[in-house]
Design a protein around this ligand. Structure first.
Ligand SMILES: Nc1ncnc2c1ncn2[C@@H]1O[C@H](COP(=O)(O)OP(=O)(O)O)[C@@H](O)[C@H]1O
Ligand SMILES: [Mg+2]
Length: 315
C-alpha cells in the first residue's frame, strides 16, 4: 500500500474544545495533522471551540479524524453531530463513546459481562434550583477496605483523582472530584502493576506497563517527561499478559467500541487484571502510549493513523 492511499477524501482533524484535556487534544491533533501531511493526505486542522459545523462545511470535510479528549469530544456528542451531518469519523460511535466516558455506566456493563472490576460506590451531588446550594446523596461508607481511589465519573487524564489511605481524607477528596463532575466514584485501590492495552480493529495490539515515580499515574506523571517509566512488553508472565489482552479486548467489545482504543488495567498479586476504563480516543502524540504500543507491534505512528482511517471508512 502506498503512503496516503487509504482515502482521497478531505480529512478534517478535529482538536481542542473546552474540556480540561484541551491542551493534550491539541498536541494529539497537531501530531496527527503532521503525519497526514507527511503522507500526502488532503487534510485540514480544525479547532472545535470555534464554530465547528461552519468549519466542516467551509473546509468541505468528508472524513473527521477525531483528536479530541474528554468532554463533548469523547462522550458521544461530537460523534452524534457528525452522524447528523453525514460525515464519517474515526473511532467509536455515539453509544460506545458515551458509555466509555461514563465510568459508572461502563463498569456496570463490564460486570454484566463478567469482567473483573474494582469494587466501587458512587456519590451524587445534585444542584438545588438556580442557587449554588447542593445536596449530596448520603456518603456511603464503602464495604471494602482502604485505600480508596476517589475520581470524577466522567473525566480523563487523572484530573480530580485522589488516592486516600484514611477515611478522614474522604470529604476533601470528594470535594475536589465534585469540582469536575456531579457524580464521583469511590473505588477500592488495586495494588500491584499498571498495564495499558492497545486495541486496533477488534484485535489486541499489545501492552505497556506504566511505572510512575510519583504516588500514582496522575496528570503530572502522565505529561511530564521522565516521571514515568514505560516498559514494553509489560513485566508480567505470559499467561497474565494473554489474560490482560483478552480482558481488554472483551471490555472494548462489551461497550461496542470501534477503531482504536486503549484499555487501562491494574494487575494485583493474584495476577488478576482489573479493568479501570476504556479510552475511546487515546492520546495520539508521537510519545503517547497507543503509538508506543503500535510501534512495538511493527506499526509506525503514520501506519497507525492510516489504519485508523481505514477502520473508520470500513465501519
Ligand atoms: N482502583 C484503582 N486502583 C489503583 N490505582 C487506580 C485505581 N483507579 C485509578 N487508579 C490510578 O489513577 C489513574 C487514573 O485513573 P483512571 O480510572 O484510568 O481515570 P482517567 O480517566 O483519569 O485516566 C490510573 O491510571 C491509576 O494509576
Ligand atoms: Mg486512565
Amino acid at each position: 500500500m502506498t503512503k496516503g492511499a487509504a482515502t482521497t477524501k478531505r480529512i478534517g482533524v478535529l482538536m481542542g474544545g473546552e474540556s480540561s484535556e484541551r491542551d493534550i487534544s491539541i498536541r494529539s491533533g497537531l501530531a496527527i495533522y503532521q503525519g497526514l501531511q507527511e503522507m500526502g493526505y488532503n487534510s485540514v486542522p480544525i479547532d472545535i471551540s470555534k464554530d465547528v459545523m461552519a468549519a466542516l462545511k467551509k473546509d468541505k470535510v468528508k472524513l473527521a479524524f477525531l483528536a479530541l479528549h474528554g468532554g463533548i469530544g469523547e462522550n458521544g456528542a461530537i460523534q452524534g453531530m457528525l452522524e447528523v451531518l453525514g460525515i464519517p469519523y474515526t473511532g467509536s460511535g455515539v453509544l460506545a463513546s458515551a458509555l466509555a466516558m461514563d465510568k459508572e455506566a461502563s463498569k456496570k456493563i463490564f460486570i454484566y459481562h463478567g469482567l473483573p472490576v474494582a469494587p466501587f460506590t458512587v456519590v451524587t451531588r445534585r444542584q438545588k434550583g438556580k442557587g449554588q446550594k447542593t445536596s449530596d446523596s448520603p456518603i456511603p461508607s464503602p464495604d471494602f477496605p482502604l485505600p480508596w481511589v476517589v475520581k470524577p465519573v466522567a473525566e480523563g487524564s487523572s484530573i480530580g483523582v485522589s488516592i486516600i489511605k484514611e477515611e478522614k481524607d474522604l470529604p476533601s477528596c470528594l470535594e475536589k472530584a465534585f469540582s469536575f463532575d456531579q457524580r464521583v466514584m469511590i473505588e477500592k485501590f488495586i495494588p500491584g502493576q499498571e498495564v495499558h492495552i492497545g486495541i486496533l480493529g477488534q484485535k489486541a495490539l499489545g501492552g505497556v506497563e506504566v511505572r510512575p515515580s510519583l504516588e500514582f499515574y496522575n496528570y503530572e506523571a502522565k505529561y511530564t517527561s521522565g516521571l514515568t517509566d514505560y516498559i514494553i512488553p509489560p513485566e508480567i508472565d505470559d499467561a497474565t499478559y494473554e489474560k490482560s489482552k483478552d480482558i481488554a479486548l472483551k471490555a472494548h467489545t462489551a461497550l461496542g467500541c470501534s477503531g482504536a482504543s486503549r484499555v487501562d488495567l491494574r494487575i494485583d498479586d493474584t495476577h488478576t487484571p482489573y479493568v479501570l476504563e476504556v479510552n475511546t480516543l487515546p492520546g495520539m502524540t508521537t510519545t503517547s502510549l497507543l503509538p508506543k504500543i503500535a510501534k512495538a507491534a511493527g506499526l509506525s505512528f503514520n501506519d497507525l493513523i492510516e489504519e485508523i482511517i481505514r477502520l473508520a471508512l470500513k465501519e
